[in-house]
Design a protein. Structure first.
Length: 124
């Protein structure tokens, strides 16, 4: 089970993440759960660079405001529900976002009040 909290300012569901750098060292970070994002994970370009993630490709992506942007896609490894998972990481100049591909196979529950709990459980 992954547990997070709803922040008081924007009522965003936030969870902690563990992501591996190019040398195999784990780093912690925080990400907003974004059910409107269909990918795995976004990280700011500076964080992607500091982790030394391997670039895979570029793609055209539609942002939440309806605009299109060309983004870089990288290979990353995260610890997700105690398991190591290799995923695609989108470099995007915004908060880190957890998307629906990373949530696939899980149940998401959010108590949407300041400080409310966020639960992510694997679906049996």
């Amino acid at each position: 089970m992954i547990v997070g909290a709803v922040d008081a300012l924007g009522l965003e569901a936030r969870i902690s993440l563990f992501i591996e750098d190019a040398n195999g060292q784990m780093h912690t970070g925080e990400a907003v759960v974004d059910t409107g994002f269909t990918g795995f994970l976004t990280l700011p370009p500076a964080q992607v660079a500091s982790l030394g993630l391997r670039r895979l490709s570029q793609q055209q992506t539609q942002l939440a405001d309806g605009s299109f942007q060309t983004v870089e896609i990288y290979r990353g490894t995260v610890i997700w529900d105690t398991q190591s998972r290799t995923i695609h990481v989108t470099a995007l100049d915004s908060d880190s976002l957890v998307g629906m591909r990373l949530l696939s196979g899980h149940e998401l529950r959010i108590r949407v009040v300041p400080g409310g709990l966020v639960w992510i459980d694997a679906v049996p």
